[in-house]
Every structure is written in C-alpha cells, then in structure tokens.
Design a protein around this ligand. Structure first.
Ligand SMILES: Cc1cc2nc3c(=O)[nH]c(=O)nc-3n(C[C@H](O)[C@H](O)[C@H](O)COP(=O)(O)OP(=O)(O)OC[C@H]3O[C@@H](n4cnc5c(N)ncnc54)[C@H](O)[C@@H]3O)c2cc1C
Length: 297
C-alpha cells in the first residue's frame, strides 16, 4: 500500500503518516515553510509545497502526483482547506471519497473504514472502493521514526483565486487539542460574569478553559477557538471536567476521546453523566469552590 498524505499543518500530517506507515508506505505534503517539522515521522518523501496554497492548486498537485507517483490512496486532514481539497481531488480523479475516517484498513480492491456517525453517537464500518479519505485530526499521536525523510521542493501552479489581503484573526493562542487538562463550561454557568467563579478551578488543575457551543458561539462568553464539539475543537485531554454542560451529542463528539471525564451538573439525569468516569450532582457555584479547596489551591 502506498499513500499520499496532505495537511497544511505538519503535526496533523505527522499523525496520518504515523498511522499509515504501519500499513505500508506513506509520503506527505505540506507547506514548504513547515516541511522540516514533518521530516522525522517516517514519510518516504516530504513534498514541500511553495506558493499560495488554495484548494484548486493543492488538489491539482495531489491528483497529478497520485497518478505519476503510483499511489493507491490519498489521505487529507479534515481541516477547512483539507475538506475542500479532498472533494476536488476525488472529483478530478473520478474516484470515491470517504470522509472523517477514524480507522483504515486496505484490502484487495475494497478498503475497510470506520467513521463516527450521527454526531459521534455510533461508528459506521464500511467497505468501499474509495481512494480519497479525510482523516479526523488527533486520531493518533505522531511518533518519530528515527530516520529523516527526503524532502522534494514543489512549485504549486498559480491558483485561480487571488488573495487581495490577509487579516489575522485575533486569537488568544490557546491550543485545546494539545491541552492535558480541560475545564469546560456550559450554559449552566448562567452569565459571562460567573466564569470568574470557575476560573480558580482552571488554575487549580493547571488546565485550559473551554466551553460548549452556546457559551462560545451563541453568547460569546468565550472565544470560538475554545468551543468543543462537532462544530468546534475535537479534544483528547487526560482529564476533561465538564461544568454545567448537559452533554448533548454534538458536544460529546468533540470530547469523547478524553481519557477521564468528570461531570458536574445539578441535574442527575443530564446525559453528560453517561459519558463520565466521575460525576458530581450539585450546584456548580457551591461545588467548584469546594473542589478548589480540596485541591489545596
Ligand atoms: C449542527 C449543530 C452543531 C452543534 N455543534 C455543537 C458543538 O460543537 N459543541 C457544543 O457544545 N454544542 C453544539 N451544538 C449544540 C448542542 O446541541 C447543545 O445545544 C449544546 O451542546 C448545549 O450546551 P450546554 O450543555 O452548555 O447547554 P444546556 O444543554 O442548556 O445545558 C446546561 C446544563 O447546565 C446544568 N446547570 C444549570 N445550572 C447549573 C448549576 N448552577 N450547577 C450545575 N449545573 C447546572 C443544567 O442542568 C444543564 O444540564 C450543536 C448543535 C447543532 C444543531
């Protein structure tokens, strides 16, 4: 099996290469300025892409390289750019695509894949003739391979899209995907000013603050980069503490990979308790200070 991998983020490409090199050969493409960060993860070759990266020229590069390089499959990280690229490649190669896979097994002709379905409520196992796949980021940890890949510099064709100007989005620099401990708040905190009452817990566990969609998107109590869920970040911390979150499936889809889940909710029937290793039924405004005290902070 020979796979061609693309992600604009070297760490996500490294995760896919780590997964795929156990099944066969994998080469990977990323932005040239980030290509060095991908060299240590066992790709046979790293394609360092130069030029303004857009879905049309990246998909053209992948389609041409797939054909000329004798690749069996193309794997694209499921990012905003990646999802657009994957659709365009499958269309131009006239091959099937399976999106958001979490497991892949090549076979004789058909491939076997697993992907989360119904917002993560169930896992769909499929046999298909797909040749293009989007891979959910964070499925495995990237592991170094002990040897450096050959790097091939590639000039992307000019894109049909002209970028008139770029404005950097204001971010706080939080990286929830890498956080080991997350304290996530939901609508149960009531109002923005009440977040101050949860912050001592975040500090006490040395964690990152995150939130459900209402908190981040609807009410904007937290920035959107802190949203966990199917339309937010997919996180896999060692400990996920859900405070005043009901546990709807769209939220669970973003934190199901957490190793230990602690839920605090005043409603003992809240679905979050079905996903939790430890549950505390009670009013968060009374329980959080006690937790902080118990943690000795
Ligand atoms: C297409 C789509 C995509 C979506 N994507 C996402 C997503 O990415 N992430 C996401 O989170 N949601 C997402 N949602 C929304 C999701 O369906 C839920 O509406 C949302 O997760 C609920 O957020 P919540 O748990 O904060 O609020 P609620 O469901 O209102 O729950 C609040 C909880 O707080 C508890 N509570 C209240 N007061 C207290 C107190 N004093 N002490 C302790 N507990 C208290 C209540 O018992 C309740 O269980 C999406 C929905 C759609 C349709």
């Amino acid at each position: 099996m020979k796979a061609l991998v693309f992600s604009e983020f070297p760490e996500t490409a490294a995760q896919m290469v780590t997964y795929l090199r156990k099944l066969g050969e994998a080469d990977a493409a990323t932005l040239s300025s980030k290509a060095d960060a991908l060299k240590e993860y066992g790709a046979g070759k790293v394609y360092a892409l130069n030029g303004q990266m857009q879905s049309d020229n990246v998909s053209a590069f992948l389609a041409e390289t797939y054909k000329s390089g004798g690749y069996d499959y193309i794997f694209v990280a499921s990012t905003i750019l990646g999802r657009e690229v994957a659709g365009a490649v499958s269309q131009s190669l006239d091959v099937d695509i399976t999106s958001e896979i979490v497991e892949f097994q090549p076979g004789q002709g058909n491939v076997h894949t697993k992907r989360n379905f119904l917002g993560g409520k169930t896992v769909l196992e499929e046999e298909s003739e797909s040749r293009v796949f989007t891979f959910a980021p964070g499925i495995v940890d990237a592991e170094k391979a002990g040897s450096a890949s050959e790097v091939a510099s590639v000039e992307l064709k000019p894109s049909a899209v002209t970028v008139a100007s770029v404005e950097e989005k204001q971010t706080s620099g939080v990286n929830l995907e890498k956080a080991k401990i997350i304290v996530s708040i939901g609508r149960g905190v009531g109002k923005k000013e009440n977040i101050a009452q949860v912050e001592p817990l975040v500090k006490a566990v040395n964690g990152e603050l995150a939130g459900s969609r209402p908190v981040c998107l609807d009410y904007q109590w937290l920035s959107d980069e802190r949203q966990v869920g199917i339309s937010g970040k997919k996180v896999r911390p060692n400990v996920y503490i859900a405070v005043g979150i009901s546990g709807q499936i769209q939220h669970i889809a973003g934190m199901r990979g957490s190793k230990i889940v602690v839920a605090l909710n005043k409603d003992k029937t809240a679905p979050i308790f079905d996903e939790s290793d430890y549950g505390i039924v009670g009013d968060l405004f009374q329980i959080v200070p006690k937790l902080v005290q118990a943690l000795g902070a």
